[in-house]
Design a protein around this ligand. Structure first.
Ligand SMILES: Cc1cc2nc3c(=O)[nH]c(=O)nc-3n(C[C@H](O)[C@H](O)[C@H](O)COP(=O)(O)OP(=O)(O)OC[C@H]3O[C@@H](n4cnc5c(N)ncnc54)[C@H](O)[C@@H]3O)c2cc1C
Length: 466
């Protein structure tokens, strides 16, 4: 039996950014809260993220001369989402993005690098990255705050299903303790109560092959994922069984900047996403030609990759790596990114037509000089230099399942909404388990913003909603 007292107000399922943010706000409002996490360690996919958070109008942007606003971020998210986004939720996320970023700095004490990065699909650089380039920096501070607030974060607890009380409000969960991902649950089944209800923050379902394949049959076991293996759909299924409305479940993001030469997220994306996008190019090894705007959004780049039907090659040179200012040593040590003393050597290694490759690079360099990409309309940064300085760096790229845009429907108070568009009493949700904020395509660094903004709202609303 778990050693708990019996007067909890709220049960939060999941200990990633969203669940921990909800727990902090609810506890700050005076509620008795517990967080339940099935894995042995807290943090979910949040701890393995790169810790990049999008926020507009920050001091760091002003210092770098970047003009940005919540409205511009809203327009970027809606454009990438192809208008499928729920506008009222995007408004909340973008309008609260800066305040939430400051909350992470000032209230939680998270440190960030002194730089702002541009990811594909954003109009301006607005990604702020934690000091050690990891979501762990945020999760650690959230857990420390919850310790101060005396909120138990119980690990190894698998939430199996939800129970509705006599007043029609969800107020109990059935759990198994002693959960081990490989062996399943070993502990006894127990029922835990929370008078004010439940907040679902159980993350996405990128590793649930059966569930994701049912939504998008192309995404079978042959497509790898950047997610941890436990990113599965059991809690979404429980919510659906209780009448929650499913939103855009087939909108599953493929991360194009991953390497097929390593497992999981790996070390390659530091090169693919952060260096090549702004300072390099992507070519089809069969034609040695470019085939996509490297700074397009993830959906555009992933679809272009699937269309050519084979891993592409991302490349840049010494200046590109220096200009980007990111440490790619891990990727070099793992051999995912390789170096070459000349473009001929690079072409030889990857069995590419050297002449055509040199023509492609030369044409790109010319367009860079004119600051106009006539071929793919890539926005060319003024800091980007022609790709001429050895060593040249290259990585094979192939998409991996990364993020699930779809999920259960919520309203702007993070209440879970049923198929008749009515809130389900006692059920709130935040983070990747929810759907509709990103529509057809999530822009890089907007998930952390969204998980923290909506997590905080869920915590506040769950304790204040009658
Ligand atoms: C490798 C990687 C890098 C990324 N980098 C970035 C980035 O830099 N910027 C950005 O904006 N986004 C990034 N993302 C996306 C972002 O990290 C996630 O969308 C975000 O962390 C989701 O947070 P969450 O709180 O919703 O879920 P999670 O952090 O996944 O937490 C959910 C938790 O719920 C638990 N859970 C699930 N089911 C149960 C159950 N039945 N019982 C008990 N517990 C359960 C899970 O074990 C998990 O710990 C990245 C994602 C990945 C995979």
């Amino acid at each position: 039996m778990l050693e708990l007292h019996d007067k909890y107000d709220l049960i939060i399922i999941g200990s990633g950014f969203a669940g921990l943010a909800a727990a902090i706000e609810a506890a700050e409002a005076g509620a008795e809260v517990m967080v339940l996490e099935k894995m042995k360690a807290p943090g979910g996919n949040s701890v393995i993220s790169d810790g990049g958070i999008a926020a507009p109008g920050t001091d760091e942007q002003v210092k770098a001369g970047i003009a940005d606003s919540a409205q511009l971020m809203y327009e970027d998210m809606i454009r990438a989402g192809e208008g499928l986004n729920y506008p009222e939720l995007v408004k909340i996320v973008t309008e609260q993005a800066k305040e939430t970023y400051l909350w992470s700095k000032e209230y939680l004490g998270v440190s960030y690098l002194d730089r702002v990065d541009l990811f594909g699909g954003h109009s301006v650089p607005r990604c702020h990255t934690t000091a050690s380039v990891s979501g762990r920096d945020i999760v650690k501070k959230q857990l420390a705050r919850l310790k101060d607030l005396k909120v138990p974060v119980l690990t190894g607890i698998y939430v199996k299903n939800f129970i509705t009380g006599p007043d029609g409000r969800l107020d109990k969960v059935t759990i198994h303790s002693g959960y081990n991902y490989q062996k399943g649950a070993t502990g006894p089944e127990e029922v835990l109560s929370a008078a004010r209800g439940l907040i679902v923050a159980s993350g996405g379902f990128g590793s649930d092959i059966a569930f994701r394949k049912a939504q998008d049959p192309r995404l079978d076991q042959a497509i790898a994922s950047t997610n941890k293996l436990f990113a599965t759909a059991e809690i979404i299924k429980e919510c659906l069984a209780l009448g929650a409305n499913p939103v855009q479940l087939s909108r599953i993001q493929l991360f194009p900047f991953a390497s097929p030469d390593e497992k999981g997220f790996g070390a390659g994306p530091m090169f693919g996403d952060y260096v090549v996008l702004p300072y390099g190019l992507i070519i089809d090894p069969k034609t040695a030609a470019r085939f996509v705007n490297e700074l397009g959004n993830r959906k555009e780049v992933a679809e272009a990759l699937l269309n050519i039907g084979r891993p592409a090659l991302s490349l840049t040179d010494q200046k590109g790596v220096i200009n980007a200012g990111w440490d790619i040593n891990r990727a070099l040590k793992k051999g995912v990114v390789k170096t070459f003393s000349s473009l001929e050597h690079l072409a030889d290694y990857y069995e590419i037509n050297a002449q055509k490759l040199k023509q492609t690079v030369s044409r790109y360099n010319t367009m860079l000089g004119q600051r106009q990409d006539d071929d793919f309309q890539k926005p060319l940064l003024k800091e980007a230099a022609p790709i001429t300085s050895p060593p040249f760096y290259a990585m094979r790229m192939w998409p991996k399942v990364h993020y699930t845009m779809g999920g259960i429907q919520i309203d702007s108070s993070a209440r879970v909404i049923d198929a008749n568009q009515k809130p389900i009493p006692g059920l709130f949700a935040a983070g990747e388990v929810t759907g509709g904020i990103h529509g057809a395509c999530r822009l890089g660094s907007c998930a952390i913003t969204e998980s923290l903004v909506m997590g905080r709202i869920a915590g506040i609303k769950a304790v204040s909603t009658a």
